[in-house]
Design a protein around this ligand. Sequence first.
Ligand code: HEC
Length: 457
Amino acid sequence: MNVWGGLSVDPKNGMVYFATGQPKNDFYRPGKEGSQLYGNCIVALNANTGQHAWHYQVIHRDLWDLDLPCAPILADFNYKGKPVPGVVQLTKTGNVFLFNRLTGELLSDVEERSVPPSTLLDEQAYPTQPYVRWPQPFSKQVVTRNDLTDRTPEAHADALARFEKADTGWYVPPTQKGVIYYGIHGGAEWSGGAYDPTTGNLYVNANELAWHITMIDINAKEKSAEAFAQHPGRRVYLEKGCVGCHGSERQGNGGIPALTSLSKKYKKPDVVQIVKNGRGAMPAFSQISEDEVQALAEFLLDMESQTAVKQSNQKPVYRAMNYTKFLDKENYPATKAPWGTLNAINLHTGELVWKKPLGEYPELTAKGIPVTGRENFGGCIVTKGGLVFIAATGDEKFRAFDKDTGELLWETTLPFGGYATPSTYVVHGKQYVVIAATGGGKLGTKTGDAYVAFALE
Ligand code: HEC
């Protein structure tokens, strides 16, 4: 398991906290029953000895790619009117888990609720998942018919048709029919939130768009025959999960490149190297056999295969066909706006103080559609002067909101998308905010390399 969000250290109490991602592979995990501890856990260790202090599992046997995205946030707040040394874990499904960070006592009101079983062979979904009754969630959790887009009648009809064919519901394990659910890109993301101890408000940016994950059995008779007839390397491509990121037709997806005309720039050893060593956000496939990687390279370079790859066993092996967002035909989310939000959650009361759309599509605003918010990656900060600063959106804007009301007070366009958390500092008595603006990433906007600083008057 990886730790996406890094560590949080409490030097005064000699503690260290982190939150884990989900166990591999994504979406299908045959084999033994059980919760797969320590996947999707917040863990507390004694910083001096490394000894385990406490842990809590937020999702049991995660089959949905709902890794805990961000570091735990150390925050002191009042619980039932009394101050506690707290720690907060945010999730991609919009939950707020509150703990006493010294004892590990769970302060959120959580109930273990039954969830549906897996329909895939040899897979045992865990029978229950934690349902948070308090605090209030900060993003949508289940896609319902009422949630489908009403942007245009055509977009609605198309979303409804796909919704009716798919499975939906709270923690429905991925199926061959396809499941539509919120959370792969958050809810909360790796940047977590910003806490204001003077008010007890926690500021969290969230994504509120759904995903459509469909499982295929790559050993199904007709499918594998087809894969083999096409190319032995295509089978490896499906089996090793390249398909999940690069797409069933190698078409790419968002920030993930298409693999359709690689022969223009690569020779076989180059592709073998990329696959074995990984690159950037692409993981290394060090366990792949020599035959498999050769066949794969031949397939990707559109060469005839010179390699025979043994067809493994005939049992079903499921893979997700594409990590696909649930979008309409014009590439807007096929659920109702807001699609990206900035939220203020009061930790003393567990209530949402305000929720505002974050980011816009200028062409929709121009048509008179209220600001929709949009997918965002990057965090916020809150200043003593009462401002919340955040970029994060694919419209390449940098914004300041009033921390008490959520009113948008200022915005400017960055040279490139600012998919990072801003920082603030003082020089000769003057306060500045600065943000790294590089574009690219999951939102795939134009790339560059800039730090942009602004003076606060
Ligand atoms: C988790 C998502 C993910 C998976 C799984 C994945 N890739 Fe990638 N791949 C990427 C990303 C992201 C890049 C771009 C990396 C960069 O250059 O920063 C990439 C780049 C590549 C490139 C270089 C493309 C170019 O134009 O330079 C090749 C070749 C490639 N992947 C092949 C594969 C193969 C083969 C597999 C399966 C064995 C695979 N990838 C699995 C995400 C993925």
